[in-house]
Ligand binder design. Sequence first.
Ligand code: HXC
Length: 510
Amino acid sequence: MQSILEQLSVRREEARLGGGKTRIDSQHSRGKLTARERLELLLDIDSFEEFDMFIKHRSTDFGMDKSHIPGDGVVTGWGTINGRKVFVYAQDFTVYGGSLSETHAKKICKIQEMALKNNAPIIGLSDSGGARIQEGVAALAGYSDVFQNNILASGVIPQISVIMGPSAGGAVYSPALTDFIFMVRDSSYMFLTGPDVLKTVTNEVVTAEELGGAKTHTSKSSVADGAYDNDMEAIAEIRRLFDFLPLNNREGTPSRPFFDCSDRIEDSLDTLVPENPNLPYDMRELIEKVADESDFFEIQADFAKNILCGFVRIEGQTIGVVANQPTVLAGCLDSDASRKAARFVRFCDCFEIPVLTFVDVPGFLPGLSQEYGGVIKHGAKLLYAYGEATVPKVTVITRKAFGGAYCVMASKHLRGDINYAWPTAQIAVMGAKGAVEVLHRQDLKNEDKTAQHIADYEETFLSPFRAAERGYIDDVIQPHNTRRRISRAFALLKDKKISNPWKKHGNLPL
Ligand code: HXC
């Protein structure tokens, strides 16, 4: 018996060593942790249960029948993060470069299917050279099976990808099908075709970092939702994000004890909006002053900075926040901001996370590049996302809410549940100057008359009261009371239930 038990220990030790000490050292020398080290940090101590650690690939071509490393380049299993269950996989670059074989894919598929069956999120840590070249179409089939499972799990359980090494070719599509992608600066990259192919085909010369590094994907392409300096920081932040998320689409948002008074008065908010309506202010300050313990987990912080998206808690419950940011492009909506916010609102709606919207938007950004870039379709995405969402929606207009952007930003007309405005709100078709230029073109040469028209327009329209008189704004609130009013609004909406007409699925303007 003793020798049988010892044999198991030996086999486990062998499997845990992956591609061996030299390759582990090489991984470390690049500032990267190994798959198992990453999972150890990601999961609660002693909570990891591994599956399929003895699996071996079945390929026989190119001498592969003489090379078998148990586990086949991916470590899979489940564990807990702060006590809540999660399924995980981590590709092991020390084994055939983390490349995906038929059996490697089967391991990931098993985890995906178990996550779906057991209603728990899945986190994938990617570090892979892509399809196992020696396996040909079997590897491609494996990828396709993973993609199909990603698609079936979408909107049912949260799926998170962390890119911690290479992710090239079609391999990028599994992360792209998940809800969030995070990257590690300087050690991860994602692209469909690498720099060498680019040079040959298009004559473009770029480094891997420029082509598909964390900076590119968080600030230019918006493929990634965040980037961190190293593996440890990335994993710590994923744990933080995980705490905000529900386990599935039926469980409801997690609620946890909070140590922040819901009646907290924030006098500084009374002067947040500058007297001069053309001056910016930082909307992040409002978000942080309203959130429990000022904790704001921002999504896509480096992309479309004219809109802020992320998670906060109010009275311990997770809330998704969308807010125009007046410090960038005066908070205008454009194609990128619309896409970014639409995807975020849809994530929240999938997983029953209530949405809080702060509005200060002078309109859609005008311009040829916006029109040519399809701002009509992109703006419609956000409109669609808000209009389709059935979760509780609370909106606060702090200053400008002009034109189509007023309608889009979770207005009453898109089934906003509670719509508040600060006394500084200006709700109108457009700003005073633009309106007078259209309405009083004949008087534009007369400065006094124009000034009078502007003053009249401001007096009549640039306040929250016209909207409040019609019930489009439920109340005009004191800025310093915002946290209290929002907390009460979400508490009221806790049992909200509405549904959309039956359909197979809608046709989001993609
Ligand atoms: C088999 C692979 C591999 C792969 C790497 N290795 N990628 N083995 N299939 N795809 C092996 C290497 O042979 C090497 O083995 C070990 O992993 C480490 O790789 P290195 O090249 O030494 O590492 P590094 O210098 O860091 O370069 C990493 C790399 C490079 C940039 C990822 O390995 C590379 O370019 N690999 C090929 C990438 C690729 O073209 N993949 C296919 C993409 S297409 P030894 O034994 O020497 O240590 C694709 C289609 C998917 O994925 C379609 C889905 C629909």
